[in-house]
Design a protein around this ligand. Sequence first.
Ligand code: ATP
Ligand code: MG
Ligand code: MG
Ligand code: MG
Length: 476
Amino acid sequence: MNSDELRNKYIEFFVSKGHARITGQSLIPENDPTVLFTTAGMHPLVPYLLGEPHPAGTRLTDYQKCIRTGDIDAVGDPHHLTFFEMLGNWSLGDYFKEDAISMSFEFLTSPKWLGIPVEKLSVTCFAGDDEVPRDEESASVWKRMGIPEDRIFFLGRGDNWWGPAGETGPCGPDTEMFIDTGRDACGDDCRPGCPCGKYFEVWNDVFMQYNKQADGSFVPLERTCVDTGMGIERTVAVLQGKRSVYETEAFTPLISGIERLSGKQYGKDEGDDTSIRIIADHVRTAVFILGDERGVKPSNLGQGYILRRLIRRAVRHGLKLGIDRAFLSELADIVFERYGLPYPELIAAKDFVREELTAEEARFSETLKKGEHEFEKLLPNLKKSKSGVIPGRVAFRLYDTYGFPLEITEELAAEHDLTVDREGFEKSFEKHQELSKKGAEKSFKGGLADHSERTTALHTATHLLHKALRMVLGEH
Ligand code: ATP
Ligand code: MG
Ligand code: MG
Ligand code: MG
């Protein structure tokens, strides 16, 4: 089953259970300045989950584009993407745990729907703590469905609790569904949620059961709601017996495209594979941001800043793989091909997406060139200085203005018996951060932290700097 079929089946199943099909919303949340992107299917439905009547009724279903910048550092692992599609069904004061869990079970295991063998299914439920009791109710529904006790795990707040955004408000336990990939357990305490990847989380049913009060107590809600989210890419991987989302058709055409462009082969070298996965993930996300109905351009603020970092990170990994020409718009065409049908807004924005990708790619290579030139200019003076120390503010200027990571400057310095004043660099860095506008700081913290950027850039920019050095030193 591919993602188009899964999307259709899910909607068909929940429509057959009395749900109204609604349309997913933009990736850029409307009237919500607290987050940059829509992170889950429930996101646009928050007002209705909180009590506002929904025009389509009390049972809803849809598929929703999601972006989680907080997962950026996990990109490359088998199941975390920056952009993914989420299927969902909601009860707005309608059914609760019993019906939600039995519908999830039926959709996952019935041969008419996904037909996943029950033996492969494990679930987690909320373990309870001093404030809220253990979620025995969910566990007993799972048991009745035929999940044996040893595959029902009880976990704490970190894993099985959906909390209010603020101090008070609706909250409650959730129950997550995992598929056993068949890999060996990593140890005796290997269980769903374990980072070894034996268990693949595909779906989550959230139960809004309590209202957290200002005094910290949890009062049962009169109108309880259900919010569920199933990841399309992960579920397709499971259904196709694949070990990672990158082995499904959401990514294989992109990976082939990157192989063609770079002359590298996926699956031969771990470092290259990581770069290929990062490019595939980031290009797909960038196309969805640019091609959104409320699409934004690369910039230094908010969503545009995240977009810029994603594009540049993809380009750097392209350089690392030896791709020496503009390539993003070619890969974008593969995304249009694959996703044009479920997301027609992408097709409408095709030219804009292509143009913006190419322009940002050109701007970035210009930046790299300028940095190279700047380094050439600096080196003779640095070499002449008696102290042998490159001042922190100089290293910071290379980092801040030209995007050269401190580690590269240090590496090069060492080759020429110079060192970098690291403390001075940190001081300049802190000073700069204090001066930064609030908005810019916010987007910096949005998951695309400078640390991972620095590490990535280290590999890709090193050869440029070496080239610059050789030119300066006359060692062509
Ligand atoms: P995980 O624990 O694996 O990070 P999660 O518990 O954060 O996932 P939920 O918030 O429950 O995920 O989202 C619902 C579903 O969306 C998940 O069960 C999963 O199938 C999918 N999903 C969540 N995050 C990602 C991601 N970064 N990439 C792809 N799919 C995801
Ligand atoms: Mg997560
Ligand atoms: Mg989880
Ligand atoms: Mg979850």
